[in-house]
Ligand binder design. Structure first.
Ligand SMILES: Nc1ncnc2c1ncn2[C@@H]1O[C@H](COP(=O)(O)OP(=O)(O)OP(=O)(O)O)[C@@H](O)[C@H]1O
Length: 329
């Protein structure tokens, strides 16, 4: 049952008193999510509010406008408040990343205007399988293999939740059929999901035909295991950082001092995670730090002859005795 799977993933006790922005494209997944959240909200006599949010990407001319109207009408039928906005320029060739950023900005601004605590999107288990496969093939690290998280803070006040991540598209469709609820068949999100569509329509069906066993379950297990390994290494790193790292006063901290002998015997991957933990705790932005930069920083922890260098965010790294000093200029 869809509602009980959602309840397991995201207990209503955590949100039923809150304002929730529900991101609805009009496609099967997000329509099912909306109907299920409304149901749970009614059953638990939620005191909060659900607001439907739709972003018209204007990638498919009139069809995009129809989707937007259809979503607004669905919200009206369900007695819900709806916010619909549209991209400034129309056109099918808009870059995927750009469109995605515009959509998240819109969702975040709706949440801020309404004082909402949560935004929900309807990524399903199928999206998770596709994501893990694509990331594995693109050479992602363990972090990437963990896949899409159920919960991701978007800031101090707003959290993004994906309550359908353990639900298959087939379950979504049968739920909608039981309700007699229709949806927009092409409500895409984006025409430019070329690679993902190819993975969904061509690659995964071929893998399922060819390989014995259950490749979807195997990919989900891989993501589950990657999450466990990542969490374990993070816990170890937090413990080590508490002993080996000191921060200059202030947030963001002006300096980070790593007592390198305390980390000398640790594996490189753990040292790298300690450096990441220190960076995060210092309040420095991680966005521009890639795998190469983290590796360089970890190498400097064990190399007592490392010369001074500068990392993204104007963080200079230098040795001072047995300490590695990171300084923000
Ligand atoms: N135009 C839209 N308006 C509102 N919400 C949307 C829209 N498009 C997608 N969403 C929300 O995002 C979810 C995921 O959609 P989709 O898989 O197309 O996005 P994506 O770009 O792959 O997502 P992400 O970039 O977050 O991984 C949908 O189930 C829905 O909740």
């Amino acid at each position: 049952m869809l509602t009980s799977a959602i309840e397991n993933a995201w207990p209503s006790s955590t949100w039923r008193a809150c304002h929730v922005v529900v991101a609805v494209s009009g496609g099967a997944d997000s329509v099912a999510m909306l109907r299920a959240l409304v149901r749970i909200h009614q059953q638990t006599r939620g005191k909060g509010q659900l607001t439907v949010a739709h972003f018209n990407h204007r990638t498919r001319a009139a069809a995009s406008d129809d989707d937007a109207q259809w979503v607004a009408e669905l919200a009206r039928k369900l007695n819900l408040d709806a916010v619909v906005d549209q991209a400034r320029a129309a056109g099918s060739l808009i870059a995927e990343e750009q469109a995605r950023r515009a959509r998240y900005e819109f969702l975040r601004s709706v949440a801020e205007q309404r004082g909402a605590r949560f935004i929900t999107t309807a990524h399903t288990q199928d999206d998770q399988v596709e994501t893990v496969l694509m990331r594995a093939l693109r050479g992602s690290g363990i972090d990437g293999l963990t896949g899409i998280p159920v919960v991701r803070p978007l800031g101090p006040a707003v959290t993004l939740v994906r309550p359908l991540l353990s639900i298959s598209r087939a379950e979504v469709e049968s739920y909608l059929e039981r309700l007699g609820q229709d949806y927009r068949h092409d409500a895409s999100n984006l025409q430019s999901h070329y690679t993902r569509n190819w993975v969904r329509r061509d690659l995964l069906p071929q893998i399922r035909d060819r390989l014995p066993g259950d490749p979807d379950a195997a990919l989900l297990r891989l993501s589950e295991q990657a999450s466990q390994w990542r969490d374990a290494i993070e816990q170890i790193a937090v413990r080590l950082a508490a002993r080996a790292v000191q921060y200059g006063a202030g947030q963001p901290a002006p300096t980070v001092r790593i007592d390198t002998p305390q980390l000398a015997d640790e594996p490189a991957i753990v040292i790298q995670q300690v450096a990441r933990t220190a960076w995060r705790q210092a309040g420095w932005g991680e966005q521009a730090m890639g795998m190469t930069e983290w590796q360089r920083l970890a190498a400097a922890v064990v190399d007592d002859s490392a010369s001074t260098f500068v990392l993204p965010g104007s963080i200079s790294v230098r040795r001072q005795g047995t300490d590695l000093v990171l300084e923000r200029s």
